[in-house]
Structure formats: structure tokens, C-alpha cells
Write a protein that binds this ligand. Structure first.
Ligand SMILES: [Zn+2]
Length: 146
């Protein structure tokens, strides 16, 4: 069975320290957004808008810079699905794959043991030891199509 993943929020301050980053207000706020957002694959602009919505004025350029620092520190992963804008998500160390609704743009996650087993077999048959993989499915969510 494939199942969609769910995550519980962590402590932004502790996470910054663990990543070796100095705790600053922009970093704290941006990490908080990433950890609490319902949709946790966010563009820099999504983060910027979420900050504005809670009356935090952090410029888009700063948001970009902080997200890039987070990526370098291993706190977030950057995706570029189908050549679209870069989306950032917290790197929680779990491997998962993505499914994207081509109408709404909503990104969901899933994990499937059978699929991962099969990928290991394929790599093995080709003479590789599998280290990582990236699978993105594109579809239209049933609720949107109707
Ligand atoms: Zn994801």
C-alpha cells in the first residue's frame, strides 16, 4: 500500500542550532512557516506571502537567501518539478516520492515499499547499488476533475 505522509511540527530554534546556523529572526520565521504550513512544498514567494499574512516584513530577496542557506545546511530540499518554479520542503531525512495534480498544482507525498524494492532490483540488474531515487507522478486529482 502506498500511503500519504504526515508530519508533526518540530522546534525551529533547535533545528537551526542543530544545522549550525545562528538564530536570526528571518531564519526563525521562515523555518516556522516551513514547519507549520499545511502545504509543505513552498516556493520562495509562498513563504514571502505567508510572512506578510502574519505581518512579518521580510523581503523576497532575504527569503531566497535564507532558503538557499537552509538548503546548504541540509535543512531543506529544493525541488524543481517539471521545470516549474523551485519548491522547498523540510528535509526530514525520510525518502519519499511526489505526486502532483497538473490542474491545481498541489503536491502530495507517498512512500511505497514495493516500489522501492523494485527500484533496488532494477538498479541491481543494471549493476548498480541504489543510493537515491526521485520519482514524480503527474495526474489529475479525482475531486478536481469532476
Ligand atoms: Zn516532499
Amino acid at each position: 500500500m502506498s500511503k500519504l505522509l504526515d508530519r508533526s511540527p518540530l522546534s525551529p530554534t533547535a533545528d537551526l542550532k542543530r544545522a549550525g546556523l545562528k538564530v536570526t529572526l528571518p531564519r526563525l520565521k521562515i523555518l516556522e512557516i516551513l514547519e507549520t504550513a499545511e502545504q509543505h512544498h513552498l516556493s520562495a514567494e509562498d513563504v514571502y506571502k505567508a510572512l506578510l499574512a502574519e505581518d512579518t516584513e521580510i523581503g523576497l530577496a532575504t527569503v531566497y537567501r535564507v532558503l538557499t542557506q537552509f538548503e546548504a545546511a541540509g535543512l531543506v530540499t529544493r525541488h524543481r518539478f517539471d521545470g516549474g518554479q523551485a519548491l522547498f520542503e523540510l528535509d526530514t531525512g525520510d525518502s519519499h516520492d511526489h505526486i502532483i495534480c497538473i490542474k491545481s498544482g498541489v503536491v502530495a507525498e507517498f512512500k511505497d515499499e514495493k516500489l522501492e524494492e523494485r527500484l533496488r532490483e532494477i538498479a541491481d540488474e543494471l549493476g548498480y547499488e541504489l543510493r537515491d531515487h526521485s520519482i514524480v507522478l503527474y495526474g489529475v486529482h479525482r475531486e478536481i476533475e469532476s
